[in-house]
Design a binder for this molecule. Sequence first.
Ligand code: GLU
Length: 284
Amino acid sequence: MTITRFAPSPTGRLHLGHFWSAVQAHDLARANHGRFLLRIEDIDGTRSRPEHVQAIIDDLRWLGIGWDDDIWFQSTRIPVYRAALDRLGAMGLLYPCFCTRADIAASASAPHGPEGIIYPGTCRALASAERARRLDLEPHCWRLDSAAAMAQTGPIHWEDQQIGRVAVDMGQLGDVVLARKDAPASYHLAVTIDDAAQGVTDIIRGVDLLHATHVHRLLQALLDLPTPFYRHHPLLLGADGERLAKRNGAPSIDVWREAGVDPAQLLAELRQGRFPIGITVACA
Ligand code: GLU
């Protein structure tokens, strides 16, 4: 059975780009008599807000997009993520990292990847005695030793319905964080575990998350989880040519609501790949 999902983080209001993703995932499930799930990715306790959760629900209802089953909240699943972390730790693939953002930024030689500076691996090289001493004393996150992980899995890939076959390459991401100082699991770990736990068969999301799939595919291989089909769709651009994003000030759905836009018509137009004036699809 086809199972798709929409998995927003409640760190702001939804914009049209979110809606377009949600509609595509919803319609794929409906076309195949499958299930469409809503999951709230609220593990980041410092940025997630209950009012945004309610707004996501209200906005989807306004658009007429219904989901199946109860909504999952990642904040209730911390023990599951911790167990996966323990498993990766027992495989010798995690190390604690004591570096601050400033430490990492100061390593001027570090190249940039899609998630910012690629971590130069400073703490990977710490002697075990120093590591043990600092663990009790200093705040730390846990990083995946990507090279060691890839050595365990060997070459892996996924099939992307938009892009084709993609070979996992951790070079552009380096040793990603799997558990943060201030949050018990990172997006990468939680999303991978939950997509498997919910039996998601098809992941439809924007191409801005393409790099993340390299990590997710690697985690699936390490944790013996199935690999769903992926489709990373092109992003929507605003009138300024910038991609719609919370941080670019993209108009949130309440702006369309308050402007008296007819949600049924908006939904029908999104389905035909027609967007309100000023919004275009980026070239794939
Ligand atoms: N929670 C993520 C976000 O809002 C998206 C997760 C996903 O679709 O994989 O950016």
